[in-house]
Design a protein around this ligand. Structure first.
Ligand code: NAD
Length: 408
């Protein structure tokens, strides 16, 4: 079999949107020559301009000098088509989140690139093995999940497919180091490590809105714990409409009670920070989230409309449910071998999700509390609120042996 390049010198990025722009800068900053492809020439031109603007801004801020900016810009070039990128060592794909589209691109690239080239996808949720299956080189395929904005966020999830070769993983980790990233290897599952845990956490936050809490109360409790921002402020930053549009397109999940507040906000064109209103209000040009009583009234109306008898939900319960949801999902991720260690899970949460650094990450926090205590609290929630709180098997085993996640 051909040798995987251990030192990636030349790369291509497919897609010149939000993520493509950041990824191109990560590569250029690390000294890698990048060829850039987008099937929309106008998009590519705009993106090249945006990259040049970012570097000019960095020079004005004194973060790099003009010569360095020029060198970085010189490393980036537009490529007219896939034939122009046939000699690269690595391709990172960052087009729309659509499996058929990604498979089509991977199939085409597989037919053109040298056999030792690595094919990576920046997908945040799609099955890496299904993408790899479109090629005759599944051992050369993996996920490189950057976080937005990619040139600023430290975290890189390196997603190992069922057939990804160890040398390919190593080459990706080495590149991660050169880009100054904190790279964490994740197995292939829905949401990988970070978003899979995030999903359980935001589900609890949304349930509590229906049961009696208000968005600013949930956010205040989690920010009081030390999170950079609570879940509802995070939705406003990301854009509430992204998931709403995805649900509309797929026809899946739109009736779930927990997303009814999101649906109503989007119907009112309250998409988050970008539209000036979302879970909070934003003055023009400001990113300061301001409490909006209209949102509380909407939450009340939606939850009563769904038949909930609202009750007071205190800070302790908010913290208990959101944190234990994270810890229990993290334990399942460990148990399934999706993460190599509890430390890796913590690195994901500290570097990609704003978990308070002084608490060491969700798994280290659980160890500090004592796993036997966490296990008992989860069983208590299971008794009161149902099966979805059932503690991960590995947690019971570690707790019974007087151990913590760090001993796994
Ligand atoms: P985007 O919509 O901003 O950009 C997508 C780009 O792909 C557009 O410029 C489009 O012209 C181009 N494109 C579409 N079809 C193409 C084709 N056939 N050939 C070449 N170019 C094509 O999307 P984005 O937000 O940058 O997301 C890209 C990928 O990254 C998605 O898979 C997404 O799930 C993932 N991701 C996004 C984020 C985020 O916060 N936006 C974070 C992590 C991962």
């Amino acid at each position: 079999m051909s040798q995987t390049p251990s030192n990636i010198q030349r790369a291509a990025v497919i897609g010149a949107g939000t993520m493509g722009r950041g990824i191109v800068m990560c590569l250029a900053n690390a000294g890698v020559a990048v060829q850039w492809v987008d099937n929309n020439p106008q998009m590519l031109e705009q993106a090249l301009g945006a990259v040049a603007d970012t570097y000019a801004h960095n020079v004005r801020q004194g973060r790099i000098d003009q010569a360095e900016a020029d060198a970085r810009i010189a490393r980036v070039s537009a490529a007219a088509d896939y034939a122009a990128i046939r000699d690269v060592d690595l391709v990172i794909e960052a087009v729309y989140e659509n499996l058929e589209l990604k498979q089509k691109i991977f199939r085409e690239l597989d037919g053109l690139l040298k056999p030792e080239a690595i094919l990576a996808s920046n997908t945040s949720a799609l099955d890496i093995d299904a993408i790899a299956a479109a090629t005759r080189r599944p051992q050369q395929v993996l996920g490189l999940h950057f976080f937005s904005p990619a040139h600023i966020m430290k975290l890189l999830e390196v997603v190992r497919g069922a057939q990804t070769a160890p040398a390919v993983l190593e080459a990706a980790l080495e590149l991660g180091k050169r880009m100054g990233k904190v790279s964490v290897v994740s197995g292939n599952c829905d949401g990988f490590i970070g978003n899979r845990m995030l999903n359980t956490y935001v589900l609890e936050a949304r349930k509590m809105l229906l049961e009696g809490a208000y968005p600013h109360q949930v956010d205040a409790a989690l920010q009081g714990f030390g999170f950079a921002m609570g879940p509802f402020r995070m939705f406003d930053v990301v854009g509430i409409d992204l998931q709403w549009r995805a649900r509309q397109l797929s026809g899946i999940g739109q009736d779930v009670p927990e997303v009814q507040v999101d649906n109503r906000l989007c119907e009112m064109q309250r998409f988050g920070q970008k539209s000036g209103n979302g879970y909070y209000h934003y003055e023009p040009g400001s990113r300061q989230a301001e409490h909006d009583p209209l949102v509380d009234a909407l939450v009340l109306e939606v939850s009563e409309g769904l038949g909930f008898h609202r009750r007071e939900i205190g800070q302790d319960e908010i913290l208990e449910r959101c944190l234990l949801a994270l810890v229990n999902e993290g334990a399942k991720i460990l148990q399934e071998g999706i993460a190599g260690s509890s430390h890796d899970v913590d690195l994901v949460y500290l570097n990609g999700y704003g978990f308070p650094a002084d608490k060491g990450g969700p798994m280290a926090w659980a160890d500090q509390q004592g796993l036997a205590d966490i296990h008992r609290r989860l069983m208590d929630l299971e008794t009161r609120q149902g099966d979805h709180w059932k503690p991960a098997r590995v947690m019971g085993e570690l707790a019974a042996a007087g151990k913590g996640f760090a001993d796994h």
